[in-house]
Design a protein around this ligand. Structure first.
Ligand code: SAM
Length: 206
């Protein structure tokens, strides 16, 4: 196993234990509230260990993008979902993904704790805009750059080293602001904090 592959393996094995208490206290109830009403065809970007999968209803078809194959080993072990799952072991920017989905196809696109990782945030929203049907939902649950200059400065300072240790995660993305540059209508949003500022929202494609 190469060192980068070994790192991906370790990340996949430590992710759930590392997140457990945050999930229990702050995230699980938000995931359930955001995801259980969805139906139809769903694109989930960055499924990780599959933490969202149990919340999708049985009659959904979920196209799950997750480039780290070791995450899929965990999802397969858990077998904890009832949605109809189509695994895609690719990142959002992969040409195969970009060429496979070229028109409005999805009823919802779900991004939870992944927009900090994607190589280009605006390109990702452009892609989502293209593949979401009119009236389709974009669901976000993401940590973001603080609106306070002081805290944002601290995030900017630590982001490069955090990125190195946390599998490419940028601490300081202005996801809540950048999404508003696109053709989505805000339906609901919430700001909250878990040491970092977080943003959760539902947008509708216009
Ligand atoms: C921090 S984890 C979050 C996982 C899950 N969505 C959650 O809410 O817990 C981010 C996941 O996104 C995946 N990822 C990283 N870059 C990606 C990309 N370019 N496209 C899709 N997924 C990506 C990582 O492999 C990782 O499993």
């Amino acid at each position: 196993m190469s060192s980068s592959n070994y790192y991906k393996f370790l990340f996949s094995r430590f992710y759930d234990p590392f997140m457990h208490s945050i999930e229990m206290k702050e995230l699980t109830h938000r995931r359930e509230r955001l995801l259980s009403p969805l139906d139809g065809t769903i694109l989930e970007i960055g499924s990780g260990t599959g933490i969202n999968l149990p919340f999708y209803s049985t009659n959904t078809k979920v196209f799950a993008l997750e480039p780290n194959p070791h995450m899929w080993e965990i999802i397969e072990k858990k077998r904890h979902y009832t949605c109809n799952l189509e695994p895609i072991v690719k990142g959002i920017e992969d040409p195969e993904v970009q060429m496979r989905f070229t028109e409005p196809f999805f009823d919802s696109v779900v991004c939870t704790l992944v927009l900090c990782n994607v190589p280009d945030l605006r390109n990702t929203f452009r892609f989502i805009e293209k593949v979401l049907k009119v009236g389709g939902k974009l669901v976000l649950l993401e940590h973001i750059r603080s609106h306070s200059n002081f805290s944002a400065g601290i995030q900017d300072f630590f982001s490069p080293s955090w990125k190195f240790f946390a599998d490419g995660c940028n601490l300081n993305r202005e996801t809540d602001k950048v999404v508003k540059e696109f053709d989505f209508k805000l339906e609901w949003e919430e700001y909250f904090s878990i040491s970092l500022p977080f943003y959760s929202a539902i947008y509708e494609k216009q």
